[in-house]
Design a protein around this ligand. Structure first.
Ligand code: ADP
Length: 814
């Protein structure tokens, strides 16, 4: 000890390449002059020294010190050193010394005296702070696990090290020190360990170093083993997560991810999944456990499993028995008329029932204009059968994935509509209505043909293992009762149409609308609006007006909308306190709803030259369509205009040729064809889809224009014409007839085949009031509809039609 040093001061041994930790015994060799001097001055064994790490020589050190390679020690003041006891001293060579030191404890270094041969420093106690015991223990466990991993990764450790560290596992402070001493920490890191008086901090530092070391060793090992980095990363994550869990359980928190995973596993085993699904779900749930909850993959997998669990794999509605009488009465309760549709539904369900509830054979498809009750038929069927009802539209669908779902690898992938509907229904045997099957886009799109997927869905031979791309598990659709709806039969893709049993619903006449209003719509709407027939009163006349001039279309939507609008107006006043009944009459109706948008049915039926009332068919039902032909002085040119100009062009060409070929019979001078230009116009309005069926109307208009003979406008015509004047059958005859009736026309000329086939199911009212004439040739049409030219107008066309109106209303040609 330096002379005159205070009693709590000790020689200060500043080392540069090693450091002892408390408890360690180490032989330290030294060559620096001040250290050799110190070693020699010590009383061995027994004397105490403070050992600390000196920083390397720097520019700022005094020149003498620099020369000797000894840095100033002033910076050590305030730092922590290790108090050691000297055990042995030897001098292996001149100017060197070796001290065997046993480290006792940490001390805080105070003032340093460097004036003598060797430095001395004052010291004071350096007290450790313990921190939370369990944290320390957790960290200690991590250090030990790291040691194991180091060994596993092939880092060679002294055989004695592992047992020594293990023995210290209950004394985390000591473990940290020993780890710093034995795990090959660099001297700077050992110093860091010595400096940390908080045990937890110290352990944290040691843990981070050890784990860094583990990672480094693992990478090295991976490189050696041809890089299995990914697996290692998972292992590492797994290991860390285990630590985390241990900490959380210590904190009494429990790992939410773990709880979640357990809960999921429970749900999977409770869900009564079919064998295959169960296996897949379990496998994916296990995979989920190994993923970090924050990763996208985890979320995707989780969503997937939620979907799998939400699907009704085995759950049924429990309604295996179909009560046909109940279905029948339910259908009648909710729908007026629709006799044929109801019959066919019952037949279909009867077959279903006989097969033990499994639907089979063709799929029922309701075809008709909007608002004719297709959806509500479906709803009633489902209700009466005791099964949930779901619907989805395939209108405008271009992508197979909308039906089958996207593969799970897509970002934002979802199951297809079928699976979605089943999930909503919650049972495996719901009634599923596929809407707008005629509006599905066909043809090979690059993303797959939705029609093909739909075919598979609707095919009883294949749909028990329907493959949804997202779920990637076979879905059994054999229990589902599929129903389809369409507006236009002819737009349904061919192969699909073959699978369907088509039930056509043509639309309603104004009289039927009145009837439906009394029985169904009004009671329903009154209830919905919180008023009664004491507040608002209708008459047949007003309802008929509403049905014919406000809502003329085939369906009931507009009609019901108008009724609802009236009710809202009444309800508002009632809420404001107005009592008494509103009795609806024509004037009141006009006052509340504005003037009627449609002309009175019997307007505009005076015979006219070149103007013909044709019948068009649109997806909204039938429509009246006026066709005009006009002669103007010219050179035999033809002009076709109007919305359908191009589509109709060929029809017009054919019609013109026919008229020219029959010019003499009709009363047209040959010269007319070269002296005049012909202009045929199709005014806008409804856009019919089937161009050719205007053939009869066009021919008639042209014949009338050239012959200057007026056409009867109380007759509506439809039919396709061949060049030689034969009339061919057309589509949508029933809808067209209803349109003629709604438009106030009382005579319809239509192709004979249509007359024998399509009129079966028309309302009695229509059969009674409209005269139908089946026509086979254009000559018959001309004879019937073309009046004599104005100068011979006196001669009235004979009207001795021998019309049969009995039976189903099929009418013979006269
Ligand atoms: P769609 O599915 O054919 O477009 P909806 O089924 O939605 O038509 O029917 C529209 C409205 O008309 C519904 O309120 C429905 O109850 C009513 N409706 C249609 N047809 C009838 C009918 N024959 N008898 C009673 N109400 C009907």
């Amino acid at each position: 000890m330096a002379p005159g040093a205070p009693p709590d001061s000790r020689p200060l041994l500043a080392l540069s390449s090693t450091l002892l930790v408390p408890g360690q015994t180490l032989a330290v060799q030294m060559g620096a002059a001040r250290n050799v001097a110190l070693a020699r001055a010590l009383e061995v064994p027994g004397a105490e020294v403070i050992v600390a790490v000196a920083r390397p020589v720097a520019e700022s050190d005094p020149p003498v010190a620099r020369e000797k390679g000894e840095a100033s020690l002033a910076h050590l003041t305030g730092r922590v050193g290790v108090l050691c006891r000297a055990i042995e001293r030897i001098e292996p060579a001149p100017e060197t010394a070796q001290l065997t030191l046993h480290a006792l404890r940490r001390v805080r270094i105070g003032a340093i005296d460097e004036q003598h041969a060797f430095p001395t420093a004052a010291m004071s106690a350096a007290d450790e702070t313990d921190g939370e015991d369990f944290v320390a223990r957790e960290l200690a466990a991590r250090v030990l696990a790291g040691v194991d991993e180091l060994a596993e990764a092939g880092v060679t450790l002294d055989a004695a090290v592992v047992p020594v560290l293990r023995a210290a596992s209950d004394a985390p402070a000591r473990l940290a020190d020993l780890a710093a001493a034995y795990l090959g920490f660099r001297v700077e890191d050992r110093d860091e360990v010595i400096q940390r008086l908080s045990v937890v901090e110290r352990l944290r530092f040691v843990t981070s170093r050890v784990e860094k070391e583990v990672a480094r060793a693992q990478v090295a090992a991976d490189v050696a083993r041809n890089a299995r980095t990914r697996v290692e990363r998972h292992q590492r994550e797994f290991f860390l997560r285990q630590q985390l869990r241990a900490i959380q359980s210590e904190l009494g928190e429990g790992d939410p991810a773990e709880r979640d995973a357990d809960e999921l596993a429970q749900r999977i085993s409770d869900a009564q999944l079919p064998e295959l699904v169960l296996r897949e779900a379990k496998r994916e749930a296990e995979r989920l456990r190994a993923l970090s909850a924050a990763s996208t993959e985890h979320q995707m997998l989780r969503t997937y499993l939620d979907w799998v669990l939400a699907m009704p794999w085995t759950r049924t509605s429990g309604a295996s028995h179909i009560e046909l009488p109940h279905v029948e009465s339910s259908l009648d309760e909710r729908h007026w008329g629709l006799r044929e549709a109801k019959e066919r539904i019952l037949e279909h369900l009867a077959v279903c029932e006989l097969r033990g509830g499994e639907p089979s054979g063709p799929i029922l498809c309701f075809v008709g204009p909007p608002g004719t009750g297709k959806t509500s038929l479906g709803e009633v069927i489902a209700q009466a059968m005791g099964r949930p009802f779901e619907r989805f539209s395939v209108g405008g669908m271009r992508d197979e994935a909308e039906i089958r779902g996207h593969r799970r690898t897509y970002v934002g992938a979802m199951p297809g509509r079928i699976a979605q509907s089943l999930k909503r229904a919650g049972v495996r045997d719901p009634v599923l209505m596929v809407d707008e099957i005629d509006k599905m886009s066909t043809g090979l799109s690059p993303t797959g043909d939705p029609t093909a997927a739909m075919l598979e869905v609707l095919d009883p031979a294949h749909n028990h293992t329907f493959a949804d791309h997202y779920l990637n598990l076979p879905l059994d659709l054999s229990g589902v009762l599929f129903l389809c709806t369409a507006n236009n039969l002819f737009d349904i893709p061919g192969p699909l149409r073959d699978r369907l049993e088509v039930i056509r619903i043509a639309g309603y006449t104004a009289e039927e609308k009145v009837e439906i209003a009394w029985r169904y719509s009004l009671p329903k709407l009154f209830q919905q609006h919180g008023i009664t027939d004491h507040d608002l009163q209708f008459t047949d006349e007003v309802l008929a007006l509403l049905g014919s001039r406000y809502a003329r279309e085939a369906g009931l939507r507009n009609f019901e909308r108008h009724l609802a609008s009236l009710m809202r107006k009444r309800a508002r006043r009632k809420a404001a306190g107005e009592l008494g009944a509103w009795v609806m009459d024509t004037a009141r109706l006009e006052e509340l709803l504005g003037p009627p948008p449609h002309a009175a049915p019997d307007a505009d039926i005076d015979p006219a030259i070149g103007t013909v009332t044709g019948l068009a068919w649109t997806s909204e039902g039938g429509e009246l369509m006026t066709i005009e032909a006009l002669l103007i002085p010219g050179r035999g040119q033809l002009m076709v205009t109007g919305q359908l100009g191009d589509v109709m062009r060929e029809s017009v060409d054919a019609a013109l040729s026919y008229v020219r070929s029959r010019a003499r019979d009709i009363g047209i001078a040959d010269s007319e064809f070269v002296q005049s230009d012909l202009h045929v116009h199709f005014p806008a309005g409804a856009v019919p889809k089937d161009g050719p069926s205007a053939g009869v109307a066009v021919t008639l208009a042209i014949a009338s224009a050239f012959s200057r003979r007026p056409v009867r406008r109380d007759i509506a015509v439809t039919g396709e014409v061949t060049l030689r004047g034969r009339i061919l059958q057309v589509g949508g005859a029933k809808e067209k007839v209803l349109a003629a009736y709604r438009g106030g026309l009382r005579e319809v000329l239509l192709p004979s085949l249509n007359a024998t086939q399509d009129l079966r199911d028309l309302p009695a009212e229509v059969l009674r009031r409209v005269v139908f004439r089946g026509v086979g040739t254009m000559d018959e049409v001309l004879a019937r509809a073309l009046l004599p030219s104005a100068d011979e107008h006196a001669v009235v066309v004979d009207d001795d039609a021998s019309i049969v109106r009995e039976g189903l209303g099929v009418l013979e040609r006269d």
